[in-house]
Design a protein around this ligand. Structure first.
Ligand code: KMT
Length: 177
């Protein structure tokens, strides 16, 4: 998984949006905002994913295929929704099975976007309360396992005054000091 600062240049969200020269983000920085990641080869991944799910007390999962072919007429809407800045009230895991895409996470306290370019085998732990968004890249396809600690909460918490005061957001800010 490659991590770098998003260049904020207006235009297609699917483009890399890498500065020239690139401004890479270190694991230390990711650690400071409580974003964890591992690389687990897709071949034979099941027992390892199951062990992580068990250890972290995850009870639910689904597989999502984000592509025009799989989603049909809801595709464009989904692409827009995934790219809206939001937070979740629970920690969630994304494990990439096929294809590729970008998760953007907000750095605190700078509020800069950090772009995480994910590929098959990348496992990403998105902490509760972090502002983030997702987009496909120019290949327009990703297949991912989504793991949830409890029942997936589909209510989006798009960023705004309410989320800035959300107890899960405040708890997250405390964890990162
Ligand atoms: C998310 O959290 O934005 C999603 O579930 C998007 C698709 S996961 C590759």
């Amino acid at each position: 998984m490659r991590a770098y600062y998003y260049d904020n240049v207006p235009g297609d969200q699917r483009l890399p949006h890498d500065y020239v020269p690139s401004r890479p983000v270190s694991d230390e920085t990711l650690h400071s905002i409580n974003v964890k990641h591992w690389q687990i080869p897709v071949e034979g991944h099941e027992p390892k994913i199951n062990a992580i799910a068990k250890e972290r007390n995850y009870k639910n999962r689904d597989t999502i295929n984000v592509s025009k072919a799989a989603m049909g007429e809801i595709y464009e809407d989904k692409i827009k929704t995934f790219f809206e800045e939001r937070m979740h009230e629970d920690e969630e895991i994304r494990y990439i099975l096929d294809g590729s895409g970008f998760f953007d996470v907000r750095e605190t306290p700078t509020d800069a976007w950090i772009r995480l370019a994910v590929e098959p085998g990348d496992l990403l732990v998105v902490p509760a309360g972090i502002y983030h968004r997702f987009t496909l890249d120019e290949k327009n396809y990703i297949k991912a396992l989504r793991l949830f600690q409890d029942e997936p909460k589909w209510v989006p918490h798009n960023r705004g005054e309410a989320t800035d005061a959300n107890p899960y957001r405040l708890a997250y800010l405390k964890t990162i000091g």
